[in-house]
Ligand binder design. Structure first.
Ligand code: C2E
Ligand code: MG
Ligand code: MG
Length: 742
């Protein structure tokens, strides 16, 4: 879950970074575009201004010329047209005018090229007669060659300063075009001079190709969406304002509108009002400028993205690598190189709807492998066990090495029978390892908890462990389900543990004595000290209920010491009282043997009581000799401390006649399970040879758990030294034992 969150967070950051980058690039492009647009506006404005300045100068110089001429004409007789024409003719040529002419007060025009015509209806005549300087609209020349012309007219004043007539000059409109060819935008820009209603007065050469009589009408017809653009143009014209705008035609076109603003005198006389210069350029010019920048930016973006992606990939790779290492440290078991417990917990927590079996698995007596074959061999066995587990579990099932010889499994089998089948198969493969690897047998034990609902893994594992405790060390069964765990037992154990200290202090632990008898003459020759717990409420608890528990938690060491000291003290008392003295053996748990300086500790206690070493003997179980690799050293130390050692429970578990030779015990105690063979042929043979071998090694023999006469007879026949069993006596409390001995 956390993993997912982290990745979505990273993805979100990456996406956000990309979005921010895109926004920034977009912003940058926009600002470049705005800059270019601005630059284009400035250029459009400059071209429009240049154009209008040129035109204005031209018009004004024509007007000035006419005004000057008109003043001179005022000195002449206005009726004498011939003389006037003679004066004007050379001037028309000099100033490249199509013609010059005068119009009298009746509206009759006389021209330098010899025409006489009534043009009293013309606007430029009437306005000039009103005293205005006029530039006419474009009109078609009715005289001579039919072409577009503009007529400049000014009033001629007589001596009384009354308007006596009009002086006019005919100007070929095409000359405006020559003046308007201001080079702009690499020849892509063009201009119109229009009237307020859009009528085209003049246009540049390129504009002429679009052929327009009325610029507004034409633009409006280009595209329906141009309606607003034209309204804007008209608004500029209406208010005599300069302004920038665009309309659609073969893409988009930008224009700049500028009133021509002839001098007020002349302006008054412009026919049809103000003239406007519109300079236009197609938007693609802007794009053409923008595109190379765009390409650069795009290239830059591609490079940046490549670098970014490469950086992210590199980071992810190194991150993955680091993560893998960390995961390995955190989740991989160094011994098996498979999952460890942490990983197991992690994986099982990720599973939804848990249903299956959580199995805690332990090897019985695995320590023997380590102690007899070495840690390296032990590790090899564990790796093989791991291999067997991995080969037998299914894909969705889980397993992990917890520590030492402990494993945990999560198995999803159809039912309990199938599960047990698998566990038994595992056991077979694992026990077969002993032959393959030439090591003592490792036998797995399983505690099983059936998972029906989601619970903390630690809880499940603890349930499975509790179940396992019930079968560990058992030979008849290797698995146990949690349901079989006796809660009462767990609680009872807890109660016993809690009360141990108090019980020691208040001497609730009693020592009972089970006498040992000479096989031949049935006389008491000694006893074994056996502990009993008399609880505060008077009930008696037998050692079977608490010894295994105290062995598990280590309390046994203190109990053994307590029993030993009690026996020492009792022997001393009997000695002082002059009672018959005989050796008493005390049980020392194998767990007690793991504690340091155990031999010297027991010697010190005995010495403190100043007791002869022959009166206290020590019983050590056979399994202790297998598990504690230092047993030979320990035996030597006990012997050096003067203790006689009895090998207890011989015949239970790993019976090894060979060990009799290596372990220098003094007495062999045949376990009840061997004694019970009496009556069975091969069993008797085994007993017979065991006794023979022990005797030949110089060991004394005590038979335990003798209950029947036939057993006594057999033992007597085969020279067993002593007998301890219910046949002669049960373990007795102190007082009864004293009575018996007396
Ligand atoms: P163990 O040392 O083998 O002691 C002999 C056990 O066999 C005693 O059981 C005794 O009562 C029982 N027994 C003797 N003769 C017969 C018989 O004819 N028939 C049957 N059925 N049983 C017989 P107990 O007293 O219950 O002790 C059980 C075990 O508890 C002992 O086995 C010993 O291993 C352990 N134990 C007892 N006291 C101590 C102690 O102070 N320290 C340690 N570490 N272990 C002790
Ligand atoms: Mg014993
Ligand atoms: Mg015994």
């Amino acid at each position: 879950m956390r993993e997912k969150k982290v990745w979505s967070f990273r993805a979100a950051i990456l996406v956000a970074a990309v979005i921010v980058a895109i926004i920034m690039v977009n912003q940058y492009m926009r600002s470049i575009e705005a800059e270019l647009k601005n630059e284009m506006q400035v250029t459009l404005h400059d071209v429009a201004e240049q154009t209008s300045t040129i035109l204005r100068r031209e018009i004004e110089s024509e007007q000035d010329l006419l005004v000057g001429l008109a003043k001179e004409l005022a000195q002449m007789d206005p009726e004498n047209e011939e003389i006037i024409m003679e004066t004007l003719k050379p001037l028309a040529e000099i100033y490249h005018l199509k013609r010059l002419g005068i119009i009298d007060s009746q509206g009759i025009a006389y021209t330098t090229d010899g025409y006489v015509q009534d043009i009293g209806f013309r606007e430029f005549y009437r306005k000039a007669m009103e005293g205005k300087q006029v530039v006419s609209d474009v009109i078609i020349d009715t005289i001579g060659e039919k072409e577009n012309i503009n007529v400049f007219s000014v009033p001629i004043y007589d001596k009384t300063n009354e308007v006596a007539g009009v002086l006019f000059a005919t100007f070929q409109t095409s000359k405006f075009r020559e003046l308007m060819n201001v080079e702009s935008f690499g020849g892509r820009g063009y201009s119109y001079v229009v009237k307020r209603d859009g009528t085209v007065i003049a246009d540049s050469k390129l504009a002429a190709m679009y052929g327009a009589e009325n610029m507004f009408t034409v633009i409006r017809n280009y595209d329906p969406s141009n309606k607003e653009a034209v309204e804007q143009m008209m608004a500029y014209a209406e208010k005599d304002e300069s302004g920038f705008g665009s309309y659609r035609y073969e893409g988009e076109r930008y224009y700049y509108c500028m009133p021509l603003n002839l001098t007020s005198e002349t302006e008054n006389g412009v026919e049809g009002g103000q003239w406007y210069v519109f300079t236009i350029v197609p938007a693609e010019v802007l794009n053409e400028r923008l595109n190379p920048i765009m390409y650069d930016v795009q290239r830059m973006i591609v490079v940046m993205i490549v670098i970014l992606v490469a950086a992210v990939l590199l980071y992810l790779l190194s991150y993955q690598e680091r993560r893998r290492e960390l995961m390995k440290l955190a989740y991989v078991d160094p011994l098996t190189e498979g999952d460890n417990y942490v990983c197991f917990v992690h994986k099982i927590t990720e599973k939804k709807n848990l249903s299956g079996y959580l199995v805690s698995m332990d090897m019985g007596e695995f320590k023997i492998i380590n102690s007899t074959c070495g840690i390296a061999k032990g590790d090899e066995v564990l790796r093989c066990i791991w291999g067997i587990i991995c080969n037998n579990i299914r894909e969705q099932e889980l397993a992990a090495h917890v520590n030492a010889d402990r494993f945990v499994l999560y198995l999803q089998r159809e039912n309990r029978e199938k599960l047990v089948e698998l566990l038994v198969a595992l056991k077979q493969e694992i026990t077969a390892l002993s032959v393959q690897l030439n090591v003592p047998k490792a036998v797995p034990y399983y505690g099983i908890y059936e998972v029906t609902k989601t619970e903390p893994v630690e809880q499940l594992y603890s349930f499975a462990n509790q179940a396992k405790q019930l079968v560990k060390g058992r030979r008849d069964r290797c698995y146990c389900f949690y349901e079989e765990v006796d809660y009462e037992q767990i609680l009872r154990n807890k109660e016993l543990e809690d009360n141990f200290d108090e019980a020691l202090k208040t001497r609730q632990f009693e020592v009972w004595y089970q006498p040992k008898f000479d096989t031949q003459n049935s006389k008491i020759v000694g006893a074994e000290a056996l502990v009993r717990w008399r609880r505060a409420d008077g009930t008696m608890v037998s050692p079977g209920s608490f010894i295994p528990l105290f062995e598990k938690n280590g309390m046994i060491a203190r109990l053994d010491e307590y029993v030993f000291e009690t026996v020492c003290s009792q022997q001393k008392r009997w000695e002082r009282e002059g009672k018959p003295m005989m050796p008493i053996s005390i049980n020392i748990s194998r767990v007690s043997l793991y504690y340091a300086h155990v031999a010297s500790k027991y010697k010190k206690i005995r010495d403190d009581y100043d007791l002869d070493s022959r009166y206290v003997q020590l019983e050590i179980t056979e399994s202790a000799t297998i598990n504690n690799s230092d047993i030979q050293k320990l035996i030597r130390q006990f012997h050096e401390a003067g203790f006689e050692l009895l090998l207890d429970d011989f015949g239970v578990g790993y019976s090894s006649l060979a060990s009799l030779n290596t372990m220098k015990f003094d007495t062999l105690k045949l376990d009840k399970s061997l004694i019970d063979y009496i009556g069975n042929d091969s069993g008797e043979k085994l007993l017979y040879y065991t006794i023979r071998l022990a005797k030949s090694l110089g060991l004394k023999i005590t038979a335990e758990g003798v209950e029947q006469e036939t057993q006594v007879n057999f033992l007597r026949k085969h020279q067993c030294d002593n007998i301890q069993g219910f046949y002669f006596s049960r373990p007795l409390p102190l007082s009864e034992f004293e009575k018996l001995v007396a």
